[in-house]
Design a binder for this molecule. Structure first.
Ligand code: DX5
Ligand code: ZN
Length: 226
């Protein structure tokens, strides 16, 4: 698969209409990846969908899937998502028993391997193992729900991670997720994010396609300036 250049915009279908998923997937054809939030009502206090639904979303989506697993025991469940043929599978560092071997397993199946950290989880434990991952997701809200406010206090951690990745010559993608909008995307881009998940800011807009383009333009301008 040819990979899109930064800045990448990944609309979160958590903000789509679940009974009009085909229609809402068609609206994001010009974005980079469809971000799919899998929640198990255990790792987070919310429930979305499992592999059967993800398989149908994948068959219907005009763009590849970026699966974000907010689940307990990803060591057991994440490989099954990779086997569906999705572009990337991101699991939470806090939930994984053996993140490195899980990432290797995901890559072995053919998915990009991602690791996510909650706002209070430090990133420095990942510095020496950046090469094991294709993307690192710095959560900019507490995982579980769309429509929350962006936590600017996560930006120093993102910046430190971006500096470290640069210092080590790493090609890992740095993703942010939660509260990304016209008002916040520039600070995340300036802090070093290259991949942006947005749910309510995209699906809440009157013109979804224009919202994607605007977010991408803003992120590009801010990363060039910084
Ligand atoms: C939150 C999810 C996000 C969510 C983002 O737990 O991981 O992907 O959909 O939604 P917004 O952009 O509305 O904060
Ligand atoms: Zn997400």
């Amino acid at each position: 698969m040819e990979l899109p250049d930064a800045p990448r915009i990944n609309p979160s279908i958590l903000a789509a209409d679940f009974v009009n998923m085909q229609r809402d997937l068609a609206k994001i054809a010009a974005a980079d990846f469809a971000h799919v939030d899998v929640m198990d009502n255990h790792f987070v206090p919310n429930l979305t969908f499992g592999p059967q639904m993800v398989e149908r979303i994948q068959a219907t989506s005009p763009i590849p899937l970026d699966v974000h697993l907010m689940i307990t025991d990803p060591d057991r469940w994440a490989p099954g998502y990779a086997e569906l043929g999705v572009a990337s599978v991101t699991f939470h560092l806090e939930a994984a028993a053996d993140p490195i071997s899980l990432a290797r397993q995901l890559r072995g199946i053919g998915a990009r391997a991602g690791v996510a950290i909650k706002p209070d989880t430090p990133a420095d434990g990942l510095y020496s193992v950046l090469d094991e991952f294709d993307q690192i997701l710095v959560m900019t809200v507490e995982p579980g729900f769309g429509g929350q406010g962006f936590m600017a206090e996560t930006m120093p951690k993102l910046r430190a991670l971006a500096d470290e990745a640069k210092r080590r010559g790493s090609t890992v993608w740095l993703q942010v997720d939660g509260g990304i909008s016209d008002a916040t995307i520039e600070q995340a881009a300036a802090a070093g994010a290259d991949t942006f998940v947005a749910g309510s800011a995209i699906y809440g807009a009157d013109d979804v396609e224009a919202a994607v383009t605007r977010l991408r333009d803003r992120a590009r301008a801010a990363s060039l300036e910084s």
